[in-house]
Design a protein around this ligand. Structure first.
Ligand code: UD1
Length: 340
């Protein structure tokens, strides 16, 4: 079966392509290389023994999207990762985010709506919950007004899919990720942030690799046990596997509703200081850091209630925070050619 993975050379996309190929799916990747490198194809090949088909297409070009689906009319399912994801950038350039994240979504859904049946997996985010009032966060927690244009594109994206599914053969699973971290255990693929990383784990590994002087911990006066923010860090390989399970669920018509939503997290919250400790433990290195002011827009805590994903989707995170940090560090060392 042929599966289209948009953004398939990005961080979560590339790990998902590996898991799809491991399960025998034929994969065609669309990526415009705006935040990914073509060499990721070699990494995927070194793990799976196979290079996926690759087309460098900008999904904002409607004619190119139409042409792609004409040439690949045997695509059975789509996993849609292609999107911009930097919160700060989205505040500075909101229209770019609406164009990149929503126009492209509409063009793909238009093609799928022409089919009798189509399976569509969407990358959503726990950001849709804002600061939830109850922990852990269930899928029924209220959606809060988005704190950034990026967050808004995820909320609107979910709505667009629900409306399209009502009037077409599109079936969809919306996956709300908590904090994806880590890399493939082979260190053949991993996260490749452009410029200064905004996210915690790549900042930590780059600091330990000597690219950054020290980590700034954003706030230590939060109402949490050690004063730093709490997040649910999920290993990217666990996350990738969830996409394959969700896709198989749709392809086998096992879905209970036209559009289903699942949280993808471990169910355990970790503070920033706990993540630093985990890094120091697995790497044996001391991490230079200082406490600074809070970062605007950060929620105090967010971790998933994983009951629905565990029981309905039949997926459970297998890997620990230590596993994730260890793999992220192995990857960083490999790309920086650090011996030990
Ligand atoms: C962020 C986005 C989220 C998005 C996700 C995508 C915000 C407010 N949220 O999640 O919407 O879906 O990225 O990857 O930007 N931290 C530090 N120092 C750093 C970096 C981070 O202390 O240099 C702290 C943050 O304050 C936070 C935790 O580490 O408490 C995790 O931060 P990060 O990795 O940026 O993820 P989120 O902010 O949770």
């Amino acid at each position: 079966m042929k599966i289209l993975v948009t953004g398939g050379l990005g961080f979560i996309g590339s790990h998902t392509v590996v898991e799809l190929q491991n399960k025998g799916f034929e994969v065609v990747v669309i990526d415009n290389l705006s935040n990914a490198d073509e060499s990721v194809l070699n990494g995927i090949e070194s793990i799976t023994g196979k290079k996926p088909l690759f087309e460098n297409i900008d999904l904002r070009e409607k004619a190119a999207v139409q042409d792609f689906f004409k040439r690949h009319n045997d695509v059975s399912g789509v996993i849609h990762f292609a999107a911009s994801k930097a919160v700060g950038e989205s505040v500075e350039n909101p229209l770019l985010y609406y164009e990149n994240n929503l126009e492209t979504l509409v063009y793909i859904l238009q093609q799928l709506a022409e089919k009798i049946e189509a399976s569509f997996i969407f990358s959503s985010s726990c950001t849709v919950y804002g600061q939830a009032t109850a922990m852990p966060i269930t899928e029924n927690a209220p959606i809060q007004p988005a704190m950034s244009p990026y967050g808004n594109t995820k909320q609107i994206g979910e709505e667009i899919i629900k409306d399209a599914a009502k009037v077409s053969g599109i079936k969809s699973v919306l996956l709300r990720y908590f904090n994806p971290v880590g890399a493939h255990e082979s260190a053949a693929i991993g996260e490749l942030p452009i410029g200064v990383p905004q996210n915690l784990v790549p900042f930590i590994t780059q600091t330990a690799a000597g690219l950054r002087k020290e980590l700034s911990v954003f706030g230590s006066d939060y109402p949490t046990p050690d004063g730093t923010c709490i997040r649910d860090y999920i290993h990217v390989v666990d996350l990738a596997k969830a996409h394959v399970i969700a896709l198989q669920r749709l392809l086998n018509n096992k879905n209970l509703e036209k559009v289903e939503t699942f949280n993808l997290g471990t169910g355990t919250g970790s503070s920033v200081l706990e993540v630093i400790n985990a890094f120091e433990k697995v790497s044996g290195k001391k991490l230079p850091y200082k406490i600074v002011d809070r970062r605007e827009g950060d929620v105090i805590e967010a971790y998933a209630d994983t009951k629905k994903a565990n029981e309905v989707l039949g997926w459970k995170a297998q890997l620990s925070l230590e596993n994730a940090i260890d793999s992220a560090w192995k990857w960083e060392k490999k790309i920086r050619a650090i011996e030990n």
